[in-house]
Ligand binder design. Sequence first.
Ligand SMILES: [Zn+2]
Length: 345
Amino acid sequence: MEPLAEDATRSWTEPGIYDVAPGVYRIPLPLPNDGLRAVNVYAITDGTELVMIDSGWALDEARDLLQAALKGIGAELGDISQFLVTHVHRDHYTQAVALRREFGNRVALGELERTSLELTMDTNRGPATTQLDLLTQSGAEPLLVELRNFFAGEQPETSVWELPDEWLTPGRRTVLGSRALDIVHTPGHTAGHVVFDDGAAGLMFTGDHVLPRITPSIGFQPGATELPLRDFLDSLRLVRGMPDRRMLPAHGLVSPSVHARIDELLAHHEDRLERSARALSEGASTAYEAASKLTWTRHQRKLAEMDPFNQMLAVTETKAHLDLLAYQGKLKMSEVDGVRHYAAA
Ligand SMILES: [Zn+2]
């Protein structure tokens, strides 16, 4: 595969290797039947050494595509000295673990992902245990019944999960001898998410923290946090306070401004906070009832029109909004038999 210029007229998921900046290449890799369709990994090279930002989902097809893409810049999988991974989600982390077994590449992940990773590696936990607990608090009994069927028979895939070689801490790090990346902790999407800021090149590898077109899910991880939306909004404001950069996201095309997208995401959540509060004045009391009154995705879907997995994301996201409003004193919250009820303050 010869490197191609990044090109907005082409679908961002189209396999290939895209030249996005001197020594920086975007490589979209496939996901199995996933709504996101693909995940970008980025190769950074000085012609001698090769470092990857994120790794893809451990799949034979993704491995073959990564191999073919690297060939376009005269490199092989074994040349990758390290994977710097933005967060613990399977589509970013697991291929690094699989390739490490073969080639011994080093793998680094944000230190605050440790709790979630260790829970994921625990074979005694059922799938999505934490999310199911959040749904109980959300009063989502009908959805819980559907989800238990949805997850029934799903074996925990522990074989693709191992600890990294290194836990990343915030601060500056030199890669490839000359390139400095600032590691910035951006909790919200997951508790230990990090972005990598390359100030000299004017680039930011934003992982799933800032994505074009879609809004990242909030707090979808085994290690529950109390106020994931507060964390996410704080992390957006933190990055908004840094110099603006070209955005190199984990899903979607490279685009000119991280700040421009953050402004849209902040406005989106302002709007969702308002709508979530309004759902209560229309008779909703729990996060599940509020989610049922809201519409979802850019197609304005009803909650019940989505599959159980996406309903789960929608309800826990609504819960995150209501919990933040309660924390800010804008709503009253009370818990009855493990279910949270919200009302105007
Ligand atoms: Zn993610």
